[in-house]
Design a protein around this ligand. Structure first.
Ligand code: SF4
Length: 456
C-alpha cells in the first residue's frame, strides 16, 4: 500500500527550504501521498528514501496496457477500495463480442456499431475500446482471417479468446503488433501460454474455477516471467462474480497479495440472455472493480448510459468534473445560429446543453471555465446565482474575445442567463460590438425562448 503523508514526511530532509514550491516538507509530503505532485519536485531526497518511496509506490493492482499507441487501453493501476479515499485511476474497458461462427453480415454489423458509437460529453470522447474475438470453430485459419478483418476494419484493442492453443497462436500472430490480450491461461495450458505471451510480449488472462486456483495459476505465470496478467475468477453468476471482484480488490489493497494484484475481466455476456439484465450487470461491474467488461453486443440505448456511468465513477472526486473551456456546437449550427454563454460547471452545462438539444435549434455554447459554480447558472438547483460581485464582466469579455466565436457567426448577439440580467450593461460595456440578450432564468424555459430568437 502507498505510504501515508506522515510516513513520507519522515523520509524527507525536513529543512522547509521551499524549493519544491511548498512552505513545509510536511505540505509537500501530504501532496505527494495524494498523488498531486512528483517526488522529483524535491531535489534533496536521499537515494535511499527515493528507493523506499518508489518501492511502495507501485500500485497494489498492476497497471496493464492492451493495444498500442494513443488508442491503447490501460486498466488496473488502482490504489484504493473506495473512490472517496482518493480516486479510481483507469476506467474499465468495454468489449463487444464477435465469434468466428457468426455470419459475416453480423460480424460486419457489430464492427460497424463498435466504430459508430462515439459520444462527446463535456469535451470528453466516450467510446468502447475493445473487440473480444472468440474462436468457437476450432479452425485456426478461419479464426486468423476474422482477427485480420477486425484489425483492418476497426481501431479496436483486441481480446483473443480460444481454448485451442493453435487457434490462439494463429490469432496472436495475425495481430501481435496490436498487442492483444490473450484469453486464457488455465491450469492445463499454463506452460504454452507463458511461451505465447513472452514470445509476442502480450498480456494474458489467467482463468481458474476458484480464487485459490487463480492464486496458484498467477503464481505460475509470474514464475514463468509473465507480469502482465488479467484475472478471470471463472464465476458466471452476478453474485459470485461481484464477491470475487471485491475479494480480489481487498486482498490486493489491504493484504498486498501479489498473485491477485492485477485487473480483472468479467463476462456479463455469459451470465444472461436478457440484454437489459446484461447492461445492469455491466453497470454493477463498472462500480465494483471490473477491469474489462465483455458485452454480447452494443446498442446505443444500453452502451451510452454505461459510458456516462463510467465517466462519473472514474472522475476525480476531489476535483469537480468540468467541461473544458471553449465553444460547443449543439446540432449543426451555421453562421446565424444563436450564441449562449454558460460556465463549465457540470449541472449548469448539462442543463443548458440538453435543453438546447431538446429545443432542436442548432446553437453555439460558449463555455467559460469558472471557479464559482453560482455564476452564469442556468439551472434551478442554484438560487444564489444573482449575488452581485461574483460575475466578472471583464473576465467574461476577455473570454469571449479569446474563444473566437466572432469568427463562427455573422451576428453579434450573445445570450446570457436571466439570472445574470443585472450584469448585461456591464458586459455590453466590455464587449461594445455585442448586443447582450437576457435569456430565461432556467434552461428548462429555453425551448420557449430560442425559436423566436433563431427566427430573428
Ligand atoms: S524541497 Fe524538499 S526539503 Fe525543501 S521544503 Fe520541499 S520537501 Fe522540504
Amino acid at each position: 500500500m502507498a505510504l501515508t503523508g506522515l510516513e513520507i514526511f519522515k523520509l524527507l530532509p525536513k529543512t522547509n527550504c521551499h524549493e519544491c514550491g511548498f512552505t513545509t516538507c510536511l505540505a509537500f509530503a501530504m501532496n505527494l501521498s495524494a498523488g498531486k505532485i512528483e517526488l522529483s519536485a524535491c531535489p534533496y531526497v536521499s537515494e535511499e528514501a527515493t528507493a523506499k518511496i518508489a518501492a511502495v509506490d507501485e500500485p497494489p493492482i498492476r497497471r496493464i496496457t492492451i493495444g498500442t499507441g494513443d488508442k491503447a487501453l490501460n486498466v488496473g493501476g488502482e490504489t484504493v477500495m473506495f473512490r472517496h479515499e482518493n480516486r479510481f485511476e483507469n476506467p474499465p474497458g468495454f468489449a463487444i463480442l464477435i465469434v468466428d461462427t457468426m455470419a459475416s453480415a453480423e460480424v460486419d454489423a457489430r464492427l460497424k456499431r463498435f466504430q459508430a458509437f462515439r459520444y462527446e460529453r463535456m469535451g470528453f470522447l466516450l467510446r468502447p475500446e475493445l473487440v473480444a474475438i472468440r474462436g468457437d470453430s476450432k479452425d485456426a485459419q478461419k479464426y486468423a482471417d476474422l482477427v485480420v478483418k477486425v484489425k483492418r476494419n476497426s481501431d479496436a484493442n483486441m481480446i483473443l479468446m480460444s481454448d485451442d492453443i493453435d487457434v490462439l497462436s494463429a490469432g496472436v500472430e495475425a495481430c501481435a503488433d496490436r498487442k492483444p490480450l490473450i484469453y486464457a491461461a488455465t491450469p492445463d495450458n499454463v506452460e504454452q501460454m507463458v511461451g505465447l505471451s513472452i514470445r509476442y510480449s502480450c498480456p494474458v488472462t489467467a482463468k481458474a474455477s476458484s480464487l485459490e486456483k487463480l492464486v496458484a495459476l498467477t503464481t505460475l505465470l509470474i514464475e514463468g516471467g509473465v507480469n502482465d496478467i488479467v484475472l478471470d475468477s471463472g464465476s458466471r453468476t452476478l453474485r459470485r462474480a461481484i464477491e470475487d471482484q471485491v475479494f480480489i480488490r481487498r486482498a490486493a489493497i489491504y493484504q498486498n497479495i501479489k498473485p491477485l494484484g492485477f485487473p480483472s475481466i468479467v463476462f456479463p455476456c455469459e451470465m444472461t440472455d436478457d440484454s437489459m439484465m446484461e447492461t445492469l450487470m455491466a453497470a454493477a461491474f463498472v462500480a465494483k472493480y471490473g477491469g474489462i467488461v465483455v458485452i454480447s453486443d452494443f446498442q446505443g440505448e444500453t452502451l451510452f448510459p454505461l459510458l456516462l456511468q463510467r465517466m462519473e465513477i472514474y472522475s476525480d472526486p476531489q476535483e469537480p468534473l468540468m467541461a473544458p473551456e471553449g465553444i460547443y456546437e449543439i446540432g449543426e449550427p451555421n453562421q446565424n445560429a444563436p450564441v449562449l454563454l454558460t460556465s463549465s460547471w457540470p449541472l449548469t452545462y448539462y442543463n443548458l446543453s440538453l435543453a438546447v438539444e431538446a429545443a432542436h435549434i442548432p446553437a453555439f455554447l460558449c463555455v467559460q471555465h469558472l471557479e464559482d459554480p453560482d455564476v452564469m447558472c442556468w439551472c434551478h438547483h442554484c438560487m444564489r446565482s444573482t449575488q452581485r460581485g461574483k460575475f466578472n464582466a471583464e473576465n467574461t469579455g476577455r473570454f469571449i474575445e479569446k474563444v473566437g466565436i466572432k469568427d463562427r457567426v455573422k451576428h453579434r448577439k450573445l445570450v446570457i442567463s436571466g439570472r445574470n440580467a443585472q450584469f448585461s450593461d456591464e458586459l455590453e460595456q466590455v464587449l461594445p460590438e455585442w448586443e447582450i440578450l437576457v435569456g430565461p432564468a432556467e434552461a428548462s424555459q429555453i425551448a420557449g425562448f430560442l425559436p423566436g430568437l433563431a427566427e430573428k
